[in-house]
Design a protein around this ligand. Structure first.
Ligand SMILES: C[S@@+](CC[C@H](N)C(=O)[O-])C[C@H]1O[C@@H](n2cnc3c(N)ncnc32)[C@H](O)[C@@H]1O
Length: 439
């Protein structure tokens, strides 16, 4: 095992561990992140080889890079002492002695001038590196990473911890995936479109992977579908509202988005369908389910069915052009309101019936901060809740709930916390009990 240093981004620190653990699990990489501290963007982990480090970081959204670690200390002098004292470190560096290379600096909460950087690089001249120095696309990048704190007496920031390593992999984030998927640049979006960063994170934690069939039952404008395709998944979506799936005409629909991202060949399709009356077979082969269910804030929570079944039964006798009206192709189904609690219970039941063992369901659930209780999180006897990650706003928050389908030995408990506590309508609470304009 070797030491590697991971440098995280300054975004959603409470989601970092879940993202990396999920990727490690996906690629069968043993990874211990139990010492992760949300306050620090650096963590040292043990991995077998660079290949594992590359797999772990390449599609990460919440990390920036991973480095084979050669030294760590409170100053650069300490790093020189360590490297010079340990033959194994010098040997590890000597391995690259013919490679072209450059030095890079990363400062967290501080930084150095170009002149001091050159001075520091010169202090490393004892390293057994004989290759060409190359600033553009070198074979290897040796990196000095430094964490600074503010020293009030000196009125400046000073480095308190320094690491020295070889860059193994920069993340998808550093390779500009967030610009690529930015909603502002996307051809087709709507009021329900889910932001790029967290849809990609959801797909990472949901363990979307090449060749997997990924289903979003509430696809809307397809934010999770395009994110899933980015990671090689085959996205399939459904939505009760045909207008949102159809889009606003040519080049302003879900297909246009797949075209934009060059993933159209992976796109399975979207179906106009009420999720509570699903037409999908259980054995269709769905391996991941990722979604943002309707909570009634920007879109009504409706399902097919009549509010007044007696009246509806009478209407079934209506004949148009010699055909029963409700059997005609252009018949528009009546819709009735539905409880959020029931919809989430349906989502868990569907996932338990369709996912393979180990398959994941990842969905977002908004909650009011003032009265959230863990028992409100819905549970299913065959699904293990693996993550409950909170994104906090002012008076409300939303949670990414992630479940894994377990085998028949697993004895979970089915519980519908929202129903038990009569939490019927998030919209009502959102507009009346508390208010926040950040959504
Ligand atoms: C919060 S939005 C999801 C938006 C989506 N993530 C996007 O990128 O646009 C919820 C979606 O669920 C749809 N919906 C509401 N009730 C539904 C039902 N019974 N079955 C399927 N879809 C439904 C709504 O039309 C809406 O598009």
């Amino acid at each position: 095992m070797k030491d590697y240093l991971i440098y995280f981004a300054q975004a959603y620190p409470n989601f970092r561990r879940a993202e990396l653990e999920s990727l490690a699990d996906l690629y069968n990489i043993p990874l211990d992140l139990s010492h992760h501290d949300e306050a620090s963007p650096f963590i040292i982990v043990q991995l077998e080889n660079d290949h594992q480090a590359k797999q772990l970081l390449a599609r990460s959204i919440l990390s920036r890079g991973i480095y084979e670690l050669y030294g760590q200390g409170e100053s650069i002098d300490k790093i020189h002492e360590q490297i010079k004292a340990l033959n194994e470190k010098l040997d590890a560096i000597r391995h690259w002695n013919q490679a072209s290379f450059k030095f890079d600096f990363i400062g967290y909460m501080g930084g150095r001038s170009n002149t001091t950087k050159v001075d520091i690089i010169n202090l490393f001249r004892y390293l057994p590196l004989e290759g060409k120095i190359q600033m553009k696309n070198p074979d290897q990048v040796f990196t000095v990473l430094e964490e600074y704190v503010r020293e009030e007496e000196l009125k400046q920031t000073i480095p308190v911890t320094v690491w020295f390593g070889r860059q193994i992999q920069l993340s998808a984030r550093v390779n500009n995936i967030l610009d690529k998927y930015d909603l502002k640049q996307r051809k087709y979006i709507g009021t329900t479109s889910f932001e790029a960063e967290l849809s990609l994170v959801t797909c990472n934690i949901g363990q979307v992977a090449p060749g997997k069939l990924v289903y979003d039952p509430f696809a809307g404008t397809g934010s999770f579908l395009v994110a899933a395709a980015e990671f090689g998944g085959y996205p399939l979506g459904s939505d009760i509202d045909i207008r949102i799936l159809r889009g606003n005409g040519k080049d302003r629909d879900i297909r246009a988005n797949f075209n934009q991202y060059n993933t159209l060949s992976q796109f399975v399709d979207v179906l106009t369908m009420d999720f509570t009356h699903s037409a999908l077979r259980n054995d269709i082969g769905i391996q991941c389910i990722v979604c943002d269910p309707p909570y009634g804030v920007r879109e009504g929570l409706k399902v097919c069915g009549a509010k007044d079944p007696e009246r509806a039964a009478g209407r079934e006798k209506i004949v148009i052009d010699g055909e029963l009206a409700h059997l005609k192709r252009d018949f528009i189904q009546p819709k009735k309101p539905y409880d959020l609690a029931n919809l989430l219970a349906d989502l868990l039941e569907f996932s338990a019936n369709t996912l393979p063992i180990g398959g994941r369901l990842a969905f977002w659930m908004p909650t009011a901060n003032d009265d959230f209780e863990p028992h409100l999180v819905p549970q299913h006897q065959q699904l293990r809740l693996v993550y409950n990650l909170e994104q906090e706003f002012n008076k409300w928050s939303r949670r990414l709930l992630v479940y894994t389908k377990e085998d028949s030995e697993y004895e979970g408990v089915t519980s519908n916390g929202l129903k038990m506590h009569n939490i019927r309508n998030f919209r009502e609470r959102y507009f009346h009990s508390f208010s926040d304009d950040s959504r």
